[in-house]
Structures are given as structure tokens and as C-alpha cells.
Design a protein around this ligand. Structure first.
Ligand code: CMP
Length: 143
């Protein structure tokens, strides 16, 4: 990633609740390790059942999380998805579809764990998200 772009992504990351406990140095490392990917409205970013390789932080845009014909969540800037596949090598639990032109910072599982596993607050926030999302998914699928 060009240096200027890495710096501006790092600035953006300081507003991300998941990364609130990281130092400016950590944020720069995360920004320069990940790659920024752009998606058009309608693109399926991850597909339910696919092998899960990466973690996605939304920089701009809007996505919908869908499973079994139901919309489980709408996520926007500073939210993340793909965290479930970080914890276990299992297929994606839902489709995530861009509903507006979107940009995401993408980290591979290996990059995520090597850059962020040292921070207990990041892990706690991730776990809280996973638990809340599981609860929401169970509720939506039982309705
Ligand atoms: P993963 O299973 O790796 O890929 C699909 C992603 O959709 C999943 O990680 C979560 O990030 C996200 N996801 C699944 N269920 C929900 C939900 N109920 N609310 C928000 N996001 C979800």
C-alpha cells in the first residue's frame, strides 16, 4: 500500500470502536498490513458456506448480512464482519452483500492474529460481537 494511503487509513482506524485500545503505532501497523478492497453495490463480499479466510473492517459504504433469505443485520462504516472465521476454520455463517459502493480493510486470519491477538480489549470486543450476533441469528432463524 502507498505510504500516504496507509497513513490516511490509520487515521480512520482511530475512530473504530474495536480498535479503541490500540496505540497510534499499532493502528499504523494494522493499516499497512491490511489491504483496502472496493466493492460495488450488489457484490457478494463473502458467501455463506465459503471457506473463511479474512476479516473485514468497513471503511465506507453499507453491507447486509443475510442467511436463509433473512436479513440479519445492516452494517456501516467502522463495523466489521468475517470475525467468526477468525476463531475456527469453518465455512462462512452468512452472505455479506454490499448494498452501496463500499470499501473494506481486509486482514487475513494470519495477519489478524499476528497484529491484534496481544490486545485483550480487542479480543473482548470481538467475543462480545460474536455472542451478540449468534443470539441475533438464532432469534431471526427461529422466527
Ligand atoms: P463469518 O461467519 O466469518 O462470515 C459471515 C459473517 O457475517 C460472520 O462471520 C459475521 O461477521 C457476520 N454475521 C453473522 N451473523 C450475524 C448477525 N446476526 N449480525 C451481524 N453480523 C453477522
Amino acid at each position: 500500500m502507498p505510504k500516504g494511503e496507509g497513513e490516511s487509513v490509520a487515521d480512520r482506524l482511530s475512530a473504530v470502536p474495536l480498535f479503541a485500545s490500540l496505540s497510534p503505532r499499532d493502528l499504523r501497523t494494522v493499516a499497512s498490513t491490511g489491504s483496502v478492497r472496493s466493492f460495488a453495490a450488489g457484490d457478494t463480499i463473502v458467501g455463506k458456506g465459503d471457506k473463511g479466510l479474512g476479516f473485514y473492517l468497513i471503511l465506507d459504504g453499507k453491507v447486509e448480512v443475510r442467511a436463509d433469505g433473512k436479513t440479519l443485520a445492516t452494517l456501516g462504516p467502522n463495523s466489521f464482519f468475517g470475525e467468526m472465521a477468525l476463531f475456527e476454520e469453518q465455512p462462512r455463517t452468512a452472505d455479506v452483500v454490499a448494498t452501496a459502493p463500499s470499501r473494506c480493510l481486509v486482514l487475513s486470519r494470519w495477519e489478524f492474529w499476528s497484529e491484534l491477538a496481544h490486545d485483550p480489549e480487542v479480543l473482548r470486543t470481538l467475543m462480545a460481537a460474536v455472542v451478540g450476533r449468534l443470539r441475533a441469528t438464532s432469534k431471526a432463524l427461529s422466527e
